[in-house]
Design a protein around this ligand. Structure first.
Ligand SMILES: [Zn+2]
Length: 330
């Protein structure tokens, strides 16, 4: 009987030890494991020195731009992002007056260029940018600047009777649609560096940018949107900056035409060529031969019509040869 009792006591003791052990396993050991805290505040795991990892501040951006731009001028807008606002790329929505303003990323900051035609309204203009980072934070910035008056001359042009038909509104409109579709494209990569070169080896101006024009006996009905350079038929025409050929074809009004895309919404145009030396899509470098001076299209003598477009607007090309517009503070 005592043997049975001692066996029973032994089994009971074993059972107690097992229950206690299991209890320890159930109630003590798994406790920290069974609560993995799904919110997983990751800072609590390494946490060597919590002050060493500063919390990123709210998104903030800064705009840098000149206080004024002339009619026919180019406005460079620089958007800076302070380091505490985080690294990843921002998505930016820009508006210049009532037009969209496209930004391109370069280094740790962003740039946008605005072009002002000869008829840009003189006085205060407004710029608005909304920035959004990858954390979903939003920052709005606004800036004002002035458009200053430029003095443009008036010029009278006599069109030879044989080319008079090229001024027909349907021809002008059809062709405008072709070139406007090109200017509307925004290439985020910048191909040009520094100032633009000259499109001809020898420069002789025959008609300035912005000249108000009256054709034949009519009144002023348009502005000259490029610079006309006097030259001999067949003189080589050179790319003013590196870029990609966006158009190389014969047009009715512009004659044999080349349009180069320099990126960031900047284009240079070369019209009335006798012949074209590049093909669409081709990459060109500054100073490269792209065609030859001619008298094709709506032209009265051999010359090169050279134009620079920024954000769709024709701007004065000469300042581009004197100064890089990205050097805002010089
Ligand atoms: Zn011209």
């Amino acid at each position: 009987m005592t043997r049975y009792l001692s066996i029973f006591l032994l089994l009971a003791a074993i059972a107690l030890v097992l229950i206690w052990g299991l209890g320890a396993v159930l109630f003590f050991v798994p406790a920290p494991i069974s609560t993995p805290s799904p919110t997983a505040t990751p800072t609590s795991i390494p946490s060597p020195t919590p002050t060493a990892t500063p919390t990123p501040g709210p998104l903030s951006v800064q705009l840098e731009l000149p206080s004024a731009v002339a009619q026919g001028g180019t406005l460079a807008v620089h958007l800076r992002v302070p380091t505490h606002s985080g690294s990843g790329p921002l998505s930016l929505i820009g508006q210049l007056d009532d037009r969209p303003l496209h930004f391109a990323r370069e280094g740790g900051s962003y740039w946008a260029l605005g072009g002002f035609p000869p008829w840009a309204t003189v006085g205060p203009h407004r710029l608005f940018v909304q920035a959004r980072n990858q954390r979903g934070e939003v920052a709005d910035v606004e800036a004002q600047f002035e458009v200053r008056q430029s003095d443009f001359r008036i010029e009278r042009i006599d069109i030879p009777a044989a080319r008079e038909g090229l001024r027909a509104p349907e021809i002008v409109q059809d062709e405008f649609r072709i070139v406007a579709a090109i200017y509307a494209e925004f290439t985020p990569q910048r191909y040009w560096r520094g100032r633009f070169g000259a499109p001809l080896k020898r420069l002789a101006m025959s008609s300035l940018y912005g000249t108000a024009r009256a054709y034949d006996d009519g009144s002023v009905d348009s502005y000259h949107l490029g610079a006309d350079l006097r030259a001999k038929s067949g003189d080589p025409v050179l790319a003013v900056a590196s870029g990609q050929v966006a158009l190389a074809q014969e047009l009715q009004v512009r004659g044999n035409a080349v349009i180069l895309d320099h990126g960031w919404g900047v284009y240079s145009n070369y019209f009335h060529l006798s012949s074209i030396a590049v093909r669409p899509g081709q990459k060109v470098v500054r100073g490269q031969l792209i065609g030859y001076v001619g008298d094709t299209g709506l032209s009265t003598a051999p010359h090169l019509h050279w134009e620079v477009r920024v954000g769709g607007n024709a701007v004065d090309p000469w300042p581009w040869t004197e100064r890089d517009p990205l050097r805002v503070n010089e």
